[in-house]
Design a protein around this ligand. Structure first.
Ligand code: HPA
Length: 273
């Protein structure tokens, strides 16, 4: 059996032994949204460390567990704390949790993250609906022998972020009187923030926001047939756009400042998507 698939199935079986729950929607929480899962109707939580063979996050403030429960009536599985490529994992491990949630039955995936604004029309605290992404700087999570059980060798990526979902999210934001920005997310490896020249390059390439996650997860999800959407919280203007130097505490502060609204938006999305 394909080694990546074998590892995935070991994790799936390990989770299945602990819980019999059928999620409809999978949600990955980015910086600032981490405690969202604490306030839903929780059925059960599983720490990543309890799952055989599971990559475990090392980032401070990233909790590292699956939360199974209900947002309204909707059965969800939430990743509270994601796995990042910059932590040193192989891309196939970075996307393993996404695939696992898909294997548990989730057909829809909502991705969230904190991102740097590359578009001068954005300001810290804005939310950006991800319309598309650029991953030219990171390896594809699909490199290696194709996992036929999941999807095709050469999957189409012309609509990674579901237009149907985007339309729903735009309506929700408008009803909530949120000035939702839209744009292209560029995933870079991190962990260092970008240089001003790299940010100019991102802008020239057509990027509106930069970050260190999300796009790889979206690729893996689309590969296995999930419907995907994503929202970035613009926590800071990217390197070189202001006189300020970048600091993780600024990212955290902005994320915390708008967390309440971000959570309300996510709840509306989960229950209407
Ligand atoms: N760059 C990359 N990742 C980020 C940033 C940034 O400016 N802000 C939040 N995550």
């Amino acid at each position: 059996m394909n080694a990546v698939y074998k590892k995935l199935m070991t994790c799936v079986e390990s989770v299945r032994k602990k819980i019999d729950f059928q999620p409809e929607v999978a949600l990955i929480l980015g910086s600032g949204l981490g405690d969202y899962a604490d306030n839903i109707k929780i059925e059960q939580t599983i720490d990543y460390t309890e799952i055989e063979g599971f990559p475990v996050s090392t980032v401070k403030g990233h909790k590292g567990r699956f939360v199974f429960g209900y947002v309204g009536e909707v059965p969800v599985v939430i990743m509270q704390g994601r796995v990042h490529y910059y932590e040193g994992y192989k891309m196939s491990d970075v996307v393993l949790p996404t695939r696992l949630m898909g294997m548990l039955g989730a057909k829809k995936l909502i991705l969230t993250n904190a991102a740097g604004g590359v578009n001068y029309d954005f300001k810290p605290g804005d939310f950006m609906l991800i319309q598309d992404h650029i991953t030219l700087n990171i390896p594809s999570p699909l490199i290696g022998e194709n996992v036929e059980e999941l999807g095709a060798r050469f999957p189409d990526m012309s609509e990674v972020y579901s237009v149907r979902m985007q339309n729903v999210i735009e309506k929700i934001a408008s009803n909530m009187q949120i000035d939702l920005k839209k744009g292209v997310y560029v995933q870079l490896t991190g962990p260092c923030y970008e240089t001003p020249a790299e940010i100019r390059a991102c802008r020239t390439l057509g990027g509106d926001a930069v970050g260190m996650s999300t796009a790889c997860e979206a690729i893996a999800a689309v590969h296995m047939g999930m419907e995907v959407c994503g929202i970035s919280c613009i926590t800071n203007m990217a390197a070189g756009m202001t006189k300020e130097k970048l600091d993780h505490s600024e990212v955290q502060e902005t994320a915390d400042r708008v967390a309440k609204q971000f959570k309300e938006l996510v709840t509306e999305i989960v229950t209407n998507i």
